[in-house]
Design a protein around this ligand. Structure first.
Ligand code: F6R
Length: 607
């Protein structure tokens, strides 16, 4: 986590560094800071709290300088104070860091023993002292960075500024992403291309172990063995307009309302326009011969994986194992010969998921990455990449990325089922027709926004909320609970409806709203029985169902949200939208910071 940015500029850089940091705030917002060279000397401005605190500080204490670095922090080592805020500096260098230096204690002990004085509790400060140490011994900036990199263990992206060297920045990447941008006589560094999008679309992504020397003349890239290497410069498709809030109050709201559009974009790519059948990128495995699919992800992406398990098993008759990455990576799971491992991640950078991918690679699995960021580490390391095409997701709580993950997974399931001969052409056509309707049906769901807002006013009063669902809708109950707790800070849990009587039913009373997700279909009666158990104990239910479901059971619920009648196959996507809106409006009613909820960051690049 943390966002870093750097500019070798022709004019003053402080305000542009702040602009870059604003685009990276989704990566952390515990503190922020800048460093530039003023008359050759390192000069810093740092502030705890959000970026707005730093901008206030810059008004009273402006920061000149044409070469500089900036940082927005998600705290790992040390509290989110100004002293622990980046950049960390000595008289010779200033450093911004994203990641963790695992051996910082031993490096620090050694540096302290040799007279270095540290001011913060962070692991990052050790980088500034290590590089300084090299400079004090007479090394050039390049040689000092190269020597320091060889001593550090862990995952990091770094940008380093050198006193007395206007027009020079050095960046390094190991485990955490770093993009290099090319301007007109200017050069940029950023944790992602979004940070650089106001200044350039010409971007080079450093590869694992690379480090880069930036000057007005351009960039020289070295690999982990200090050999000069060439990396492709690409034109990225991002424009500043894509990453603005527009007329919406929050990014999360904008991203919820973008869903009909982006789901449609994904379908336009993954459904053949002539046949309306799924088409996948070339180079996939022979699905008919695959003995088992392992799907690994974290958080919301892991709930997409859980939904996909129901689909793959029922429709493609393919055995599926799903695990969360932080457990999978350490449990030394045996993996079958000829197996496929699928990694789902919006960012494509989540540290645990990336480590799990590498484990599966070592186990000779065919690696598929389902990601939103096509240049991400997971995309680069996979055998097959399935981009979800959601566009930039900036709200920390994932919304459109989740429904786009589900959309692409539905296309994948149908393509796999065809390869395995588990569905005939008529069934495939029926399911594809249901899939093609999803954007229009999603728009209908969004029309319930006002009704959902009214229900949210009630939820905002609750201390605990339960979500119930069955089958492929059960993971949507988990997702609904996660969304509510992460942005409204209300305690919420999702349960498989049939599991309620095995313990959680003890929580039911009139103060605990129970959100029942029950599309009319094969499992409807079962879910309704569980809803009756809740009602019998004084519980108050919000029922999300379709016309048929509401007709039979709506009268028993305290509140109803009527969703479109659709094929059971596509219900997980459509039922995800009202639970997003419920969480969103509850958070707004409570007055929490919707786009930047406390303690969270979007791209979790630490374990
Ligand atoms: C919740 C949320 C997180 C992420 C998780 C994985 O709203 O956004 O739970 O889903 O951190 O992130 P990615 O998908 O980038 O690997």
């Amino acid at each position: 986590m943390c966002g870093i940015v750097g500019i070798v500029g022709k004019s003053e850089v402080a305000s542009r560094l702040v602009e870059g940091l604003r685009r990276l705030e989704y990566r952390g917002y515990d503190s922020a800071g800048l460093a530039t060279l003023v008359d050759g000397a390192i000069t810093r401005r740092r502030s705890e709290g959000k970026l707005s605190r730093l901008t206030d500080l810059l008004v009273s204490q402006p920061l000149p300088g044409v070469t500089g670095i900036g940082h927005t922090r998600w705290a790992t080592h040390g509290a989110p104070t100004t002293t622990n805020a980046h950049p960390h500096a000595t008289a010779h260098v200033a450093v911004v860091h994203n990641g963790i230096i695992e051996n910082f204690r031993e490096l620090k002990d050694d540096l302290v023993a040799r007279g270095h004085i540290f001011e913060s509790e962070t692991d990052s400060e050790v980088v500034a002292h290590l590089v300084s140490d090299g400079l004090e011994q007479g090394l050039t900036p390049q040689a000092a960075v190269s020597a320091a990199l060889k001593l550090m263990r862990g995952a990091f992206a770094l940008a380093i500024l050198f006193a007395g060297h206007d027009g020079l920045l050095i960046g390094a990447r190991r485990g955490s992403p770093l993009a290099v941008g090319f301007g007109e006589g200017e050069m940029y560094l950023g944790s992602d291309a979004m940070a650089l999008s106001s200044w350039t679309r010409q971007v080079l992504y450093l590869e694992e172990g690379d480090w880069v020397v930036l000057s007005h003349a351009g960039a020289t890239v070295f690999d982990a063995n200090d050999r000069e290497v060439t990396r492709a410069v690409r034109t990225v498709a991002l424009s500043p307009a894509m990453i603005e809030k527009g007329n919406y109050r929050h990014y999360m709201q904008k991203e919820i309302f973008e869903q009909p559009q982006v789901i449609g974009d994904a379908l336009a790519t993954y459904l053949d326009p002539a046949t309306r059948r799924p088409r996948l990128p070339e180079g996939g495995p022979d699905w008919a011969a695959v003995p088992r699919l392992t799907i690994v992800a974290c958080g919301t992406s892991s709930y997409a994986a859980l939904v996909a398990k129901y689909w793959f098993e029922q429709i493609a008759r393919l055995p599926v194992e799903v695990d969360i990455a932080s457990e999978f990576r350490y449990r030394e799971a045996p993996m079958p010969k000829g197996g496929v491992a699928l990694f789902i991640s919006q960012s494509g950078e989540t540290a645990d998921t990336l480590a799990a991918l590498r484990y599966a690679k070592d186990e000779n699995q065919f690696i598929v990455a389902l990601v939103n960021v096509p240049e991400s580490s997971m995309a680069r390391e996979a055998d097959l990449v399935l981009p979800i095409l959601a566009g930039p997701e900036i709200g920390v709580a994932s919304t459109k990325a989740f429904t786009c993950q589900l959309t692409v997974l539905m296309c994948l399931v149908l393509a796999v089922a065809r390869s395995r001969g588990t569905i005939d052409a008529a069934e495939e056509a029926r399911l594809c027709a249901a899939l093609s309707e999803v954007p229009a049906r999603a728009l209908e769901v969004l029309n319930h926004d006002e009704k959902i807002r009214a229900i949210a006013l009630w939820l905002a009063e609750a201390r605990d909320v339960l979500y119930l669902g069955r089958g492929a809708i059960f993971p949507i109950a988990l997702e609904g609970a996660l969304k509510l707790k992460e942005i409204s800070y209300i305690h919420a849990e999702g349960y498989a409806a049939g599991e309620l009587k095995h313990g959680p039913i003890a929580l039911i009373d009139e103060a605990v709203p129970v959100i029942v997700l029950a599309p009319h279909g094969p499992l409807f009666e079962k879910t309704v029985s569980n809803m009756q158990e809740v009602l019998a104990r004084g519980g108050r239910v919000v029922l999300l169902s379709d016309t048929a479901g509401i007709e039979t059971e709506g009268r028993n619920a305290a509140e109803i949200i009527e969703l479109p009648m659709v094929d059971a196959f596509v219900t997980p996507v459509l039922y995800a939208i009202p639970v997003q809106l419920l969480a969103y409006h509850t958070a707004v009613a409570k007055g929490t910071d919707v786009d930047q909820p406390r303690n969270l960051a979007k791209s979790v690049t630490v374990e």
